[in-house]
Ligand binder design. Structure first.
Ligand code: AVJ
Length: 320
């Protein structure tokens, strides 16, 4: 009981490497505390995100799938078959798998930060598609990255669906897309999904659903941080906050302290006042023109845009 009431008396063990621990600690100690959205994805986080994609309020996955279903043949003509298809943030690999019959890739290279979740998804997928060579890579795409030699050098087509690009601020997105282009081949390209600006009420609901799956997804980051930096976050002391920030053209997710509290971790601590927040994610929304401009700034040549009837989401193809 003593250990339960005074968890700080027990040793705190950080399971993340030193750079990870230092980076997270710096974010927590900043006047406006913030963490990288990549920490949303441990194995449970990846499963919670899968559940989000099935929510009625979360329109991006469904809307993007509808665009692929309706315009798939046209998209495949632009992208071409026989490529090395590199899936950035592949998760359960379901989006790419649904395009295999159309794109007929030679090699499939799913990349995700959630290693175990990815490996399980790829071993299932390899059984369904035994003729496509598959090379799973557990990589953090938030920094510089270089593809290993096991990734075929020709016809490298990058697949970045679901508007994951929205996690980057526009200037970071340009830097990231330049890196992607550096890793593509001269005959390669990019097939990307982009979430478009829409009514704030639709966006607010999509990131704060009625049954609380997105809240659980956000709160789960605290459990992940407890593991990574040996912190003692009590999840019950925090609540999910999400809203569209129109001025910044982004949905913001935060975790808000329900009460005054202190978080301790291996090597540091931070006091939070009641109502104080940790900024956990941004999800930027674009206009078609705005995103086309961003692609051009990264050196890509636009080669087709497809949208749904309501203009909620766009799929774009660009040549390297
Ligand atoms: C995986 C980054 C595309 O921003 O919509 C979903 C993550 N966060 N609900 C998004 C997310 C809350 C998602 N992305």
């Amino acid at each position: 009981l003593h250990a339960l009431r005074f968890p700080s008396a027990t040793a705190r063990i950080a399971h993340g490497d030193a750079a990870t621990v230092a980076g997270i600690a710096a974010g927590l100690l900043a006047p406006a505390a913030a963490t990288s959205p990549k920490y949303l994805y441990d194995s449970l986080g990846s499963r919670l995100f899968e559940a989000i994609c099935e929510l009625p309020e979360y329109y991006p996955t469904r809307t993007e799938a509808g665009i692929f279903a309706r315009h798939g043949a046209d998209i495949a003509r632009r992208v071409g078959t026989g490529s090395t298809l590199i899936d950035l943030g592949a998760g359960n690999c379901a989006k790419a798998a649904s395009l295999f019959p159309l794109l007929e890739p030679m090699q499939y290279v799913p990349i995700d930060i959630s290693r175990e979740f990815l490996n399980e998804a790829v071993s299932r997928l390899q059984q369904r598609f035994p003729r496509i060579a598959m090379t799973a890579l557990a990589l953090d795409l938030s920094g510089p990255f270089m593809l290993p030699d096991t990734v075929a050098p020709r016809r490298r087509v990058f697949f970045y669906p679901g508007s994951s690009i929205g996690n980057f601020a526009p200037h970071e997105a340009i830097r990231f897309l330049r890196r992607v282009r550096d890793n593509a081949s001269a005959d390669g390209g990019l097939l990307i999904g982009v979430d478009l600006i829409k009514d704030a009420a639709v966006l607010d609901a999509a990131y704060d659903d009625a049954i609380g799956v997105t809240a659980a997804f956000n709160l789960n980051m605290l459990r992940h941080l407890n593991h990574l930096i040996g912190a003692d976050f009590d999840v019950r002391q925090w609540q999910h906050v999400a809203f569209f920030n129109e001025g910044e053209s982004r949905v913001e997710m935060h975790l808000e302290a329900r009460t005054a509290l202190t978080v301790r971790w291996a090597g540091g601590e931070r006091r939070f006042a009641r109502g104080e927040r940790i900024h956990t994610e941004d999800s930027y929304k674009y206009t078609r023109e705005g995103f086309a401009d961003l692609l051009a700034q990264a050196g890509f040549e636009a080669d087709g845009t497809w949208t749904d009837g309501a203009g909620w989401f766009a799929v774009m193809h660009a040549r390297a």
